[in-house]
Design a protein around this ligand. Sequence first.
Ligand code: ADP
Ligand code: S3P
Ligand code: MG
Length: 176
Amino acid sequence: MTVHGESIILIGMPGVGKSTVGVLLAKELAREFVDTDLLIQTHAGKTLQDIVYDADYQHLRELEEATVLSLVCDRHVVATGGSVVYSEPAMGLLKSLGQVVFLDVDLAEVQRRVDNLSTRGIASPDGHGLADIYAERLPLYQRHADITIDCRGKTPAEIVSEVIYEEGGQYADKDA
Ligand SMILES: Nc1ncnc2c1ncn2[C@@H]1O[C@H](COP(=O)(O)OP(=O)(O)O)[C@@H](O)[C@H]1O
Ligand SMILES: O=C(O)C1=C[C@@H](OP(=O)(O)O)[C@@H](O)[C@H](O)C1
Ligand SMILES: [Mg+2]
């Protein structure tokens, strides 16, 4: 049997609301909140975009993997960066910390929200558009998810409620 911690880990495309929902969820559940993007930035002393400018997207993925592998979490809410699913070791560690929740919205909504692709520090090769990134990553998010939340047309508060409901259900299933 896999032993899970009790953290809640949010994964999904850039712009789905991992950071927005994560902090609200942590507040609602009286948990600590960690955003791995902020940890990467404070460790590197520069923004994600500058990390990509100064090196390349692969370096950002390496820093992201190292940051996740150094996480020590108990009952935290963790917002990840959209590219974390490329790292099997990072996803293995995150799954050991708790339930992995995939926040899912359709490509059109991602495109509406992420209108600054070239300056947002996305960890993908130049010329790779959001449609390519979405197609490449969707199977990875689906494979790693313990819980999937369809976020289309929902407010952050509604998504928080749904995560709490679904996450509670997972523990009830285990206790049964
Ligand atoms: N449920 C939602 N409905 C509408 N806009 C949202 C929702 N969740 C987040 N947003 C907006 O989408 C943008 C990206 O949100 P963010 O939390 O930074 O996403 P992520 O961390 O997944 O990249 C922000 O402008 C945020 O206000
Ligand atoms: O999807 C990506 O390649 C990335 C998403 C960003 O986080 P968000 O998903 O919070 O926007 C951040 O980790 C980095 O800029 C790379
Ligand atoms: Mg974020």
